[in-house]
Write a protein that binds this ligand. Structure first.
Ligand code: PRX
Length: 643
């Protein structure tokens, strides 16, 4: 086994989970009395407006219900209940792209969220259960909007600002959104960029459910105001800063978040109120060991689940100070992130391996120019981290002092599932280690038999957990099939993550990556089916296959094999296909490699053999038998193109 890094004994004394013994004691409790285990935390952590009558209802599997009949409100959990002791504590510390800083206390957050909630009610008649789409930059108003929706029981669906008009329109329509909240623009690398024109394009036709667009004027851009548009900055001034919160049921949806799967269009992952917020809060306290006075920085965008759980809901539910950052950590220079850590005395820094690789490349010794002694815990998320990047992060950023939590989880899991505990788990580089107590993560075969140690199997969660996905918005059947259709244990369908994994020494779990047709570019999930569907719609393209191929900085990159129609006259196929991807999905879907090939390797039944395409893209020798292909000569022809 590679070297283990043991927790610091002094720091462990004050930690929320202090030792591996304490970890195993919790695991034991969960395994002897699962419901009692969760009840204990739900009772301690949540401010219930009405107690629940049952911890877990399994009568309609896999539509599990947690904390049945309980009543609560997430904005109360994140704001109001802290006002007694923490009204002057900074809740959100915002730093803009141009270095502008805002420190928003819990008292101020309360006022801003209440005003926003009143605005939604009074001006747009938004009610409990209505869907509101957010297409927002990383500004405090984005967090206010999310919490305001939670306060009045509206279901938000945040769409990442890098998605195109087409992708935004699909999401507005699928959710049946009544309102879109956006901004005129924001700043990135010192330059303004616009968001509102994308909303205009998305909503110029269709979007039947949409009644209005609310625009935050961040940049004061001279924009094209449409009939449906409303100015946030003017309307907010008239709103009262008092607003009662809606009493929500444990199982009322808190938000939708669209994510890619291996088939079809993106899925609206639906999260619940009680189970989600409980786990968001608990994992903040456990995985990051959040303590009084800590300043927590997660660099994600609020358009992803990481931004939902670990910029907004988790840190605020736990009463912490959360840093929100507009821009990129490499602007104005490679020291930006380290300077922010020094200036704001950040205690936890949570980012993606891609960002670590880029920061490393830009300055091996850059972090040592700054005082990073405030750091206590480092984290990574979203994709596998390679040992090389891990080592640099550990030595240069963490000063060989800070534990690194490699957190494995997904949009669907709501919060962390497999991760070291910073002051309890001996850390193995680039390994997610052990499931959190109460989480039954297992590596199994499709029939439920445990995969032998050291071999790759299917990563499944074999018991329901509070923050799990409840359904795919509007498509219960797809939910069942996508997550509970592949693996069984003891004859019962269990949640399959789509990832492969391996159990090694000490029962540590190493994630080996997706086993389905989903690729992971810089920690962003993209379904090859979705990319192929966009390209295949083009009149010049006869056939297309998309695969992921290893990339030094991004982890994986998009590789497109395209067969053009006989009469197609495309001068630059690279440009042509990237235009399609940018238009239909967004700039995050840009392909690095695009090759025009005479055909694709297919079985006689017409199935594209992606495995062959992956091997060819990597320039590796093909060991697979190709005699069963419909046209075995196609392999040589593709090789010639790739030369
Ligand atoms: O393949 C796994 C990878 O990211 C996928 C989930 O993507 P998404 O829903 O967009 O959520 C990303 C942020 C939680 C997983 O199925 N993944 C996530 N964390 C890790 C990871 N792969 C390896 N190591 C991780 N720590």
């Amino acid at each position: 086994m590679s070297k283990l890094y043991y927790p610091n004994k002094e720091l462990a004394k004050k930690a929320n989970i202090k030792s591996l013994e304490e970890y195993y004691a919790l695991v034991d409790k969960a395994s002897t009395d699962y419901e009692g285990y969760w009840k204990n935390f739900a009772d301690k952590k949540i401010e219930w407006l009405k107690p629940y009558s049952k911890v877990l209802d399994e009568s309609n599997k896999p539509f599990y219900k947690w904390f049945v009949d309980g009543k609560l409100n997430v904005s109360n959990q994140c704001i109001d209940r802290h006002l007694k002791d923490k009204s002057d504590q900074v809740a959100i510390l915002f730093e803009g792209d141009r270095g502008d800083v805002q420190k928003i206390t819990y008292q101020e957050l309360s006022k801003n969220v209440n005003k926003f909630a009143n605005l939604l009610k009074n001006e747009f008649n938004i009610k409990k259960g209505d869907r509101v789409v957010l297409y927002m930059p990383m500004i405090p108003e984005a967090a206010y909007a999310m919490l305001a929706c939670a306060r009045i029981g509206a279901i938000h669906s945040v769409v990442f600002g890098g998605f195109s008009a087409e992708a935004l329109k699909d999401r507005i329509e699928d959710a049946g959104a009544k309102l879109v909240i956006t901004a005129d623009g924001a700043y990135r690398k010192g330059n303004p960029y616009l968001l509102k024109p994308v909303v205009d394009e998305a909503t110029k036709s269709g979007c039947e459910s949409l009644e209005a667009v609310l625009v935050v004027q961040r940049n004061n851009e001279d924009i094209d105001w449409k009939e449906k548009d409303h100015k946030y900055n003017e309307l907010i001034a008239n709103q009262s800063s008092e607003c009662d919160f809606e009493v929500m049921d444990s199982e009322d949806p808190l938000f939708l978040l669209y994510t890619s799967g291996s088939t079809g269009k993106p899925k609206g992952v639906q999260h619940s109120t009680a189970g989600y917020i409980l786990w968001a809060q608990m994992t903040m306290e456990w995985t990051f060991d959040l303590q009084e006075g800590d300043v927590f920085w997660c660099t994600a965008d609020i358009g992803w689940i990481t931004g939902h759980t670990y910029i907004v809901y988790g840190p605020l539910a736990a009463g912490g100070t959360t840093v929100m950052f507009e821009g990129v950590p490499t602007y104005p220079d490679a020291g930006r992130a380290w300077k922010m850590i020094e200036e704001h005395k950040i205690s936890q820094f949570y980012t993606a391996p891609t960002a670590i690789r880029v920061l490393h490349k830009m300055g091996e010794d850059e972090p040592s120019k700054y005082d990073l002694s405030s750091l206590k815990v480092l984290g990574t998320v979203g994709e596998p981290i390679d040992p090389h990047a891990w080592e640099w992060y550990h030595q240069k950023v963490g000063g060989e002092r800070c534990p690194i939590v490699d957190t494995w989880w997904q949009t669907e899991t709501g919060g962390h599932m497999i991760t070291p505990l910073p002051f309890a788990t001996p850390i193995k580089p680039a390994c997610a280690t052990l499931p959190l107590p109460g989480i039954n993560a297992e590596v199994i075969e499709k029939d439920g038999t445990p995969t032998p140690k050291g071999e790759k199997g299917y990563l499944c969660i074999t018991k329901p957990w509070p923050s799990m996905i409840r359904t795919i918005w509007g498509d219960d059947e797809r939910f069942k099939k996508a997550y509970f259709g592949d693996c069984v244990k003891d004859g019962e369908p269990v949640y399959f993550s789509g990832d492969g994994a391996m159990v090694g020494e000490n029962d540590y779990i190493t994630i080996t990556g997706r086993v389905d047709d989903v690729i992971n570019v810089s920690g962003h999930r993209l379904g090859t089916a979705e990319l192929e569907a966009a390209i295949a719609e083009d009149e010049h393209i006869a056939e297309v296959a998309v695969i992921g191929t290893p990339h030094k900085l991004k982890g994986e990159s998009i590789f497109v094999y395209a067969v053009t129609k006989d009469d197609a006259n495309i001068e630059d196929i690279h440009k042509h296909i990237n235009q399609i991807l940018a238009r239909d999905i967004g700039n995050i879907a840009k392909a690095d490699d695009i090759v025009a090939v005479p055909g694709l390797p297919k079985t006689r039944s017409g199935k594209i053999m992606r495995r062959i395409l992956r091997v060819l893209a990597k320039g590796e020798e093909l060991t697979q038998d190709i005699s069963t292909l419909e046209d075995p000569t196609i392999v040589e022809k593709i090789k010639e193109v790739l030369l």
